[in-house]
Structures are given as C-alpha cells and as structure tokens.
Design a protein around this ligand. Sequence first.
Ligand SMILES: [Zn+2]
Length: 306
Amino acid sequence: MNTLSCRSSLFTCVLGALILCPGASALAQNPPPPDHPAVTVRGQTYTPRSILARNMGSEADRVTQFTPHKIIGNIYYVGTVTLSSFLITTPEGHILIDSTYERGVPAIAKSVADLGFKFSDIKILLGNHAHGDHQEGDALVKQMTGAQVMAMAEDVPLLQAMKPGGKEHPIDKVLRDGDKVTLGGTTLVAHLTAGHTPGCTTWTTTAQEGGKTYNVMIGCSLRSPATPTPAQVEALNRSFKTVRALPCDVQLGDHGAQYNMQEKFAKLKAGGANPFIDPASCTLEADVQEAMFQAILAEQQKAARP
Ligand SMILES: [Zn+2]
C-alpha cells in the first residue's frame, strides 16, 4: 500500500491508500478505477469510475471556493466545488467539519469570512474521515484558529500518519461511537459508520427553520474499496444499517455530489421551499453505495470460482 499511496492520491477514497500525499496535482495522470461493475439506482447508472469523477471533479474543483451558503438553521456550506466543509455557528464560537486538503483551507477561510463570520471563532474542528481530501488541512486550521481537534478513535492512526509539510496531525480529543460534541447550544452526535475508513464518522444534529426542528445527517462516505477485505465487508454491512436507521430530513455528505449539492443550491437561489429539506433523498447515497458494494462482491465471487 505504501508504494501506491503517493502516486495515487486521486484514489484516496477508492483504495483507502492516501494518507500522505501532499500536492495531488498529478492525480489526473493516474489510471482511473475500473469502469465496472455498473449499477442503476433510481434511474441513474454508476460505475466506480463515474462515482470517483462525480465526487472529485477536476483538480481545480477540489480547491476552488464554491459559493458559501446557508443550508438550514445555523449550518452553512463553506467547502470547495467538490469537497464539503460545513460551518456550524453558535453564540460561543463555531464548529467546522472537514478542513479538506491543506491547499483548500484558504478557500474555506474565505467562505467563512464571506458569510460574515470569523474564521478565528472556530473552536472545534471535526472530520468525516481520515483521507487527505477531507482532513489534510487539520493542522493548518488548528494553527489559524486554535480550535480543539476531535477525531473518532478508529481513525486516529490514519490521521497521525497525515503530516502535510511535516506538520504533526493535531488530535486534542478522541471520540467513540455515540459521543456528543456540544458548543453554544448545538449538539452533534458521532456515529461510527466504518468501512471506507475504520473511523468513518456520520454526524447528526438538529436545526431550526420556520419554527420547526429538522434532523440533519452529515454522512461519511460509504464507498467500498475496490477489493474490500472481510473486515471491511462486515463494517460496511453494519454501516448501511446504521445510516438507514438515523433520523433524517436533511442529508449532507463529505462530497457535495453525495447530496446533489449543486442542483439543490441552484434551487435555493431560485427561491421557494428549502431544497435541502428532502427526506426522500436521505438514503439515496446509501442506496447507490450499497448497490455498488453488492455488485463488487458479486464480481469478486464470480472471479473466485474455478
Ligand atoms: Zn475517502
């Protein structure tokens, strides 16, 4: 895995290999993941290659600011075109989920400022999972804000190996499945949804809008590795069940494509009902990834037959 890790950072999420890959500009030169199996979910066909392309976009997409916007209540999108970062504001300072690549941090800081908040008011930094496209920037955010960095125990080893420019990965508090993180009246619950990484964390919280309370789920990737190990198979089977049982009115994800962010943002700009309140789409990403996971397992079993 080590030989792979630094020449294939595009495949971070496919191979689970990327930890230490600063400067991933060579991504596009790497061979793409397999274009099979193909699965069709709710009328749309996906392959591992199309899912990766959908999630990552171009090198520019990964670091270019996307118009920052309010999602619901005190939850805002401050990520890049394809890599999510969420700001949760409170009267006692803010929580940031996902720093993205270190080189994406300036775009995030600009988005926070563009919304009228202070980046230096971020008190807690959380993450979805220990891959560079989501958490490589943690040390820089910590440097810029002094935020307390919290991470799911099972992802700590991968995070500790993530040292952009030689910076130690900060971890101030280790979390366990079901732990709560509270700041200024907002509580987030950490749900272990392992498989894509050992500590992949789905966050849930609630948000108020129009006098109503809505359940918000910030999903972690459920994408199967290209050749899942028995432990990953078991973890993913458990995680699909966990995610489907979580209360959800607003589903978000660590890549905007996991919740059709750009399409919903276009609707937001057009006015009308909040497009992010969309319970019907809450399990769409799980449906896509579970169908792909089953298809990958079926292919493996077929190949293993004499
Ligand atoms: Zn990933």
